[in-house]
Design a binder for this molecule. Structure first.
Ligand SMILES: Nc1ncnc2c1ncn2[C@@H]1O[C@H](COP(=O)(O)OP(=O)(O)OP(=O)(O)O)[C@@H](O)[C@H]1O
Ligand SMILES: [Mg+2]
Length: 325
């Protein structure tokens, strides 16, 4: 797994924050006393254990306290079990050390290597059909960028089935559509949750004419002025093939990532998407084979991982990543 980042590209994306040691974090949070900390360190040394293992074995801490402290130490805003202000779908926040999130962080690193955060700022997450994981991927990608300290905007431009506000438990009475029609300013349309560097712009009230709205010069100017305020802008989109919205959004963005769902997306569908992207000169910076758990009649059903990858490569999608649930 490649996780290194080129210095020139990543400079603005790395937060240079001092990390406290885990013992101090736990004492400051009132979860350990200094004398317990001493006992843990002694026990740890005697039995050659990791700090967390020693603390749990001595019954001073629960495993989730250790995970929490590690999350704080590495600046990964993280929710404990039972805290449910943000949907469980944002695994980058609920389970920051799970293998799926590891893959999402790898995708983030690869995006940074491709120039995201410097030359490329706005990235639309697209997929041929409904329910293939665009909202899941865009929410988690935005969270991992923000966890790295990048000033990140997650924008919902799915006016047809908007869901970002639900995921982050926000109101959708004001958002992008309100900004476009000048019913609100940026400070009213942007909201926050948990991660200070993650700004979220819900879709706002459903406009009667999404395609028209996306074609307006005002919309183009608005998106380009927003992009100047952020290191990265991740855009959630509606199904590519069901309306003209996603192609317009792709044209308004610096690059796209295409998501295909294993066992669901049709081969022909991603062929059609590729054709449309190519003819409008959209830059594709990656493709993601997503395992949503959803199964249907469609293609990738029954195909092995390498067959799916080969299919995507054959259709011209390079740099695939596999996101298994
Ligand atoms: N990798 C994954 N692991 C677990 N669940 C996933 C994954 N990807 C997607 N899902 C789940 O599948 C469902 C559909 O995903 P999502 O809403 O992200 O699709 P979508 O492409 O945004 O759909 P729409 O086109 O309707 O906006 C959601 O419940 C989501 O949580
Ligand atoms: Mg969606």
């Amino acid at each position: 797994m490649r996780v290194t980042m080129r210095k020139n590209n990543s400079r603005s994306l790395v937060r240079k924050e001092e990390t406290k040691d885990i013992g101090t974090i736990l004492i400051e949070a009132g979860k350990l006393t200094p004398s317990e900390l001493e006992k843990i360190i002694e026990f740890q040394k005697r039995y050659n254990l990791l700090f967390g293992e020693a603390a749990v074995k001595l019954h001073f801490l629960k495993e989730e306290d250790v995970t929490w402290a590690l999350a704080v130490q590495f600046s990964y805003p993280y929710l404990k079990k039972g805290e449910n202000t943000i949907s469980k779908e944002v695994i980058a926040i609920h389970e920051p050390f799970s293998p799926q999130v590891e893959t999402i962080r790898t995708i983030r690193s690869e995006m940074v290597l491709s120039g995201v955060g410097s030359k490329i700022k706005t990235i639309a997450v697209i997929s041929p059909d409904d329910g293939e994981g665009k909202t899941f991927v865009s929410s988690n990608l935005a969270a991992v960028f923000a966890q790295l300290g990048s000033k990140t905007m997650l924008m919902d431009i799915n006016f047809r089935r908007p869901r970002i506000h639900e995921i982050f438990n926000l109101r959708n009475n004001c958002g992008l559509s309100s900004l476009i029609i000048r019913r609100a300013d940026l400070s009213q349309a942007v909201q926050f949750r948990l991660i200070p560097s993650l700004h979220i712009m819900p879709s706002g009230p459903k406009p009667p004419n999404p395609v028209e709205l996306l074609g307006w010069q005002e919309t183009r100017e608005l998106i380009s002025s927003i992009k100047n305020l952020y290191d990265v802008v991740i855009i959630d989109t509606p199904s590519f093939l069901k309306s003209g919205d996603a192609l317009l959004i792709s044209n308004l963005s610096d690059a796209v990532i295409i998501v295909v769902a294993k066992g669901y997306t049709k081969v022909d569908s991603f062929g059609q998407v590729k054709k449309q992207l190519d003819s409008s000169g959209v830059r594709i910076i990656g493709s993601l084979i997503n395992e949503t758990g959803k199964k249907d009649k469609k293609i990738v059903n029954g195909l092995s991982s390498w067959q799916v990858k080969r299919l995507l490569r054959w259709r011209g999608f390079k740099r695939q990543r596999w996101l298994s649930s």
